[in-house]
Design a binder for this molecule. Structure first.
Ligand code: SAH
Ligand code: SF4
Ligand code: F3S
Length: 490
């Protein structure tokens, strides 16, 4: 490797601007390296990014794709045919790990047939030490491993992979895991998955340390982006045709803490509302303990903020909530939800519920079911508790036996489905705003769009409507979605 490349890839940045400069230099170098390989192969080189996990990962993957395209790779739909595949992983529950390792095992056979294929693993699972050790020891064909803190540094990692000494065999995997970072580098290319909507990070990490959750360990401490940077990014997205944005953070309600400027999440929303061209604003996720009256006021007065809030309950039992370190009681949650429903008409409230947390009894499940009935959730993700090594809950006594968890899970799921069906039926027959997203995959005579409350609707229409907000009559509720007809006027 020539010295100038070595110098660039080993440079340590002192601030965001310096890092950006290094990234730009690395992008230039990677471009040349990819062009050389492409010439030798006599064809363009291709990439595929496979994403597991949440919206945060989805957004990170768009950044990885942006950098890969900037370096000269073109998108390949089939992961198995790509010259470089990056797996952006999740580790929130153990089944996410098992699913990924199973998948990676099958890729090993492909890599044997195509040794030039580059395989990278990043994201939350790679950030976690024991899972990372497993990748390095059991899947030594992986070429690149990096974590959650250095996604923006990917161009440099690409240069390292493309110039590494493969003759070193097992030891040739490029591994770069940062424990943390103060850098926030956002001005890098992004390849969006959707033309009309986009996620926007407003903060990174989490400080809440819910007792069951691994996220704070793999995503680091909470850091908010400056509001001016967020607004600039959204203005650029709007200029590029985006109509709907989703503000992303593990706990958006604590946005602004630690920033020099004094700004709350509600105030940020007001600024976003003023941006021309943005027609819909969503956000994810709201922690009930930090949801302010100011936020409810801003939502109630807004024309653009969608009528949907995802408000993870986790458990309806005050005793369990205390052990989970959630900082609210059953009564406080129910009161908050009813205040939201009173103040913001037609709002959909969705939630996350964990079943089988250590020490959970039938009486605790009764409380959870009681909250589901009282709030009348429009939708809920129900998860079986998964022990995450290193979290406080993992070493608690009274882990609940599998058969009891299964029984309780079915009880909760049944109630959730009943409530969400009741809620969805309320809108049958109404005419509502729909952002048209795509042609329906199963039936191409139909279009698929999304209501402000986040439900999908399918209706006959012309693909030229994609990207527009139209009025649709919700003729028939099918549980999770509606069948509708287009209305010219309300
Ligand atoms: N920051 C978000 C959630 C991120 S994780 C929030 O606090 O709302 C998404 C969901 O995964 C959580 O809401 C929780 O319901 C679930 N989850 C997290 N850790 C889990 C575990 N160990 N077992 C089962 N579900 C878990
Ligand atoms: Fe996990 Fe709690 Fe943070 Fe959500 S708020 S990411 S559940 S620790
Ligand atoms: Fe999974 Fe990481 Fe998101 S653990 S849920 S991808 S923050």
């Amino acid at each position: 490797m020539n010295n100038s490349i070595t110098n660039v890839i080993n440079k340590k940045p002192d601030n965001d601007a310096e890092e950006l400069q290094i990234i730009r230099q690395c992008t230039g170098i990677a471009k040349e390296l990819v062009a050389d390989r492409s010439k030798a192969a006599g064809r363009a080189l291709t990439y595929h990014v496979t994403t597991f996990g949440c919206q945060m990962n989805a957004r990170d993957s768009e950044k990885l794709a942006g950098i890969l395209e900037e370096c000269g790779y073109i998108r390949e739909e089939d992961e198995l045919d790509a010259d470089i595949v990056i797996y952006n992983t999740c580790t929130v529950r153990d089944n996410a790990n098992q699913k990924f390792f199973g998948h990676l095992g099958s890729i090993g056979a492909i890599k044997k047939k195509r040794p030039d294929m580059i395989i990278g693993v990043c994201g939350c699972l790679a950030q976690e030490e024991s899972a990372r050790e497993k990748i390095l020891s059991s899947f030594s064909f992986v070429d690149l491993v990096f974590g959650t803190h250095n996604v923006f540094d990917f161009a440099r990692l690409l240069v390292r992979v493309l110039t590494r000494d493969v003759t070193k065999g097992k030891g040739s995997t490029v591994t770069d895991i940062w424990d943390d970072t103060d850098l926030i580098v956002e001005d890098i290319p992004v390849k969006r998955n959707f033309k009309y909507r986009s996620g926007v990070n407003i903060m990174f990490g989490c400080n809440n340390f819910c007792s069951y959750c691994i996220v704070p360990y793999v995503r680091g401490r909470e850091r908010s982006r400056k509001s001016a940077d967020i607004i600039d990014e959204i203005k650029r997205l709007s200029a590029d045709g985006v109509k709907e944005i989703m503000l992303l953070g593990q706990n958006v309600n604590s946005y602004g803490r630690g920033l020099e400027e004094k700004i709350s999440f509600a105030q940020l929303l007001k600024k976003v509302e003023e941006i021309d061209g943005i027609e819909r604003i969503r956000f994810m996720t709201s922690h009930p303990k930090d949801l302010s009256d100011e936020l409810i006021d801003v939502m109630a007065a807004s024309k653009k903020i969608c009528r949907h809030i995802h408000l993870p309950l986790q458990s309806g039992s005050t005793r369990i909530l205390k052990s989970m370190n959630r900082h609210y009681t059953k009564e406080q949650y129910v009161e908050l939800a009813s205040k939201i429903r009173e103040r913001i008409c037609d709002i959909a409230i969705t939630t996350d519920i964990i079943i089988g947390y250590p020490g959970e009894t039938d009486a605790d499940i009764d409380d959870t079911i009681d909250v589901i009935e009282k709030v009348g959730f429009d939708g809920a993700f129900t998860f079986i508790y998964s022990k995450r090594t290193g979290t406080p809950a993992a070493s608690m006594p009274d882990q609940v036996p599998e058969n009891v968890v299964k029984r309780n899970f079915d009880r909760v799921l049944k109630k959730v489905q009943e409530m969400s069906m009741t809620q969805a039926m309320k809108n049958e027959g109404r005419i509502m705003d729909v952002l048209v997203e795509d042609v329906n995959r199963q039936d191409t005579s139909l279009l698929t769009g999304r209501l402000s409350n986040n439900m999908n609707v399918h209706f006959p229409g012309d693909p030229s409507l994609i990207g527009q907000i139209v009025d649709v009559k919700l003729d028939e509720c099918k549980g999770f979605y509606y069948m509708g007809t287009l209305k010219e006027e309300k």
